[in-house]
Design a protein around this ligand. Structure first.
Ligand code: FES
Length: 218
């Protein structure tokens, strides 16, 4: 299938400044290549993400699932693709990042994804909010007022984050924070975790976003 390329600048250690400039930078620099499920040969098209979250003509017309080659994502990196006009993040977590998720639970507003506003698929109602601990697949839109959180993957103290920060996402609009499973921390403006879209794996390197039929692999 075709390559889904051009990662967002969200790799581990990537330093993006705070505020609107950071959002602009992220939106400018990520490029998604998508192709419809079932398309013979998977015709790929470069789709620069627009500066708003208005659905693309392509997605609006079809609402189709998006097939993504995740084989090139390195541990600690994030790939962003567009699905139904939304940015969907695919984060390949390192073993250390997976382990760190266990430390967060007491600080989270909804650690088991039981809230209903953004229902989490059953297969993602676990400690990782995903089918595979290694990969987090989530919609990159804050559940407060719809800003796009920015990557703060590096652990440790840094501006707007606590000293025991284990890595995750910071929404610069009003300061909501999310762990690397998209779970929102307590006492933040955002009421819910980041949405996990329907998804499934066709193989170890091919992910489908927008579809999760019974044939999906764990
Ligand atoms: S939009 Fe994210 S905290 Fe308000």
């Amino acid at each position: 299938m075709s390559e889904a390329a051009a990662r967002s600048p969200g790799g581990m250690g990537d330093d993006i400044g705070d505020g609107g400039a950071a959002i602009d930078k992220e939106r400018r620099t990520w490029i998604a290549i998508t192709c419809g499920v079932g398309a013979v040969g998977g015709v790929a098209t470069a789709v620069p993400f627009v500066s708003s979250f208005a659905p693309s003509e392509r997605a609006r017309a079809a609402g189709a699932p998006v097939q993504v080659d995740i084989g090139g994502i390195k541990a600690g990196e994030k790939l962003t693709v567009e699905w139904r006009g939304k940015p969907v993040w695919i984060v390949r977590r390192t073993p250390e990042q997976v382990e760190a998720l266990k430390k967060n639970e007491s600080q989270l507003a909804d650690p088991r994804s039981e809230r209903k506003a953004y229902p989490t698929p059953e297969y993602a109602k676990n400690a990782y909010r995903s089918r595979k601990p290694e990969y987090f697949v989530g919609v990159g839109i804050c559940s407060h007022l719809g800003c796009s959180p920015i990557d703060r993957f590096a652990p440790g103290a840094q501006p707007s984050l606590p000293a025991d920060w284990a890595g995750g996402f910071l929404c610069p609009c009003h300061g909501s924070t999310f762990d690397l499973a998209g779970r929102v921390f307590k006492n933040k403006p955002a009421p819910d975790n980041l949405e996990v879209p329907p998804h499934m794996y066709l193989s170890d390197s091919v992910l489908v976003i927008g579809e999760d039929n019974d044939k999906a692999k764990a």
